[in-house]
Design a protein. Sequence first.
Length: 84
Amino acid sequence: MNSLLAALFVISLPSSAQAITWGEFWEPFTHNDSHHHYHYHHEMCTERIVREQYVPGNRWRSGFVRTWTEWITIPCHERRYYPQ
Protein backbone atom coordinates (compact mmCIF):
# COMPACT_ATOMS: atom_id res chain seq x y z
CA MET A 1 0.00 0.00 0.00
CA ASN A 2 2.89 2.32 0.80
CA SER A 3 4.38 1.87 -2.68
CA LEU A 4 1.03 2.82 -4.24
CA LEU A 5 0.89 6.01 -2.17
CA ALA A 6 4.49 6.81 -3.07
CA ALA A 7 3.74 6.35 -6.79
CA LEU A 8 0.68 8.60 -6.58
CA PHE A 9 2.75 11.23 -4.77
CA VAL A 10 5.46 11.18 -7.45
CA ILE A 11 2.87 11.42 -10.24
CA SER A 12 1.14 14.37 -8.57
CA LEU A 13 4.34 16.46 -8.35
CA PRO A 14 4.33 19.41 -10.77
CA SER A 15 6.68 19.04 -13.70
CA SER A 16 8.95 21.74 -15.02
CA ALA A 17 7.96 21.13 -18.68
CA GLN A 18 6.57 24.05 -20.63
CA ALA A 19 3.95 23.84 -23.34
CA ILE A 20 4.81 25.14 -26.80
CA THR A 21 2.60 27.38 -28.90
CA TRP A 22 1.08 26.46 -32.28
CA GLY A 23 3.55 28.80 -33.94
CA GLU A 24 6.48 26.98 -32.36
CA PHE A 25 4.97 23.64 -33.35
CA TRP A 26 4.46 24.54 -37.04
CA GLU A 27 7.72 26.47 -37.46
CA PRO A 28 9.80 23.51 -38.76
CA PHE A 29 7.13 22.76 -41.39
CA THR A 30 6.80 26.26 -42.86
CA HIS A 31 10.32 26.76 -44.27
CA ASN A 32 11.05 26.46 -47.99
CA ASP A 33 13.33 23.49 -47.35
CA SER A 34 10.47 21.40 -45.95
CA HIS A 35 9.71 17.91 -47.16
CA HIS A 36 8.14 17.65 -50.63
CA HIS A 37 6.39 14.74 -52.28
CA TYR A 38 7.10 14.44 -55.98
CA HIS A 39 4.82 12.36 -58.16
CA TYR A 40 6.43 11.36 -61.42
CA HIS A 41 4.23 10.21 -64.26
CA HIS A 42 6.48 8.06 -66.38
CA GLU A 43 5.92 7.66 -70.06
CA MET A 44 4.70 4.16 -70.84
CA CYS A 45 6.17 2.03 -73.63
CA THR A 46 4.85 -1.12 -75.24
CA GLU A 47 7.31 -3.98 -75.55
CA ARG A 48 6.83 -6.94 -77.89
CA ILE A 49 7.99 -10.30 -76.58
CA VAL A 50 8.16 -13.36 -78.82
CA ARG A 51 8.01 -16.58 -76.84
CA GLU A 52 8.82 -20.07 -78.04
CA GLN A 53 8.13 -23.43 -76.47
CA TYR A 54 9.20 -26.81 -77.79
CA VAL A 55 6.37 -29.34 -77.75
CA PRO A 56 7.82 -32.84 -77.91
CA GLY A 57 6.36 -35.31 -80.35
CA ASN A 58 5.47 -38.94 -79.90
CA ARG A 59 5.51 -41.96 -82.16
CA TRP A 60 2.54 -40.65 -84.21
CA ARG A 61 3.72 -37.09 -84.83
CA SER A 62 6.98 -35.15 -84.69
CA GLY A 63 7.75 -32.41 -82.20
CA PHE A 64 7.31 -28.74 -83.06
CA VAL A 65 8.02 -25.28 -81.75
CA ARG A 66 4.98 -23.33 -80.59
CA THR A 67 5.48 -19.56 -81.02
CA TRP A 68 3.38 -16.68 -79.68
CA THR A 69 3.73 -12.95 -79.19
CA GLU A 70 2.99 -11.04 -75.99
CA TRP A 71 2.67 -7.28 -75.70
CA ILE A 72 3.48 -5.76 -72.31
CA THR A 73 3.24 -2.15 -71.14
CA ILE A 74 6.05 -0.92 -68.90
CA PRO A 75 7.49 2.48 -67.94
CA CYS A 76 10.01 3.51 -70.61
CA HIS A 77 12.79 3.99 -68.06
CA GLU A 78 12.49 0.28 -67.14
CA ARG A 79 12.49 -0.87 -70.74
CA ARG A 80 14.25 -4.15 -71.36
CA TYR A 81 15.16 -5.55 -74.71
CA TYR A 82 14.39 -9.18 -75.38
CA PRO A 83 16.08 -11.13 -78.17
CA GLN A 84 13.65 -11.72 -80.98
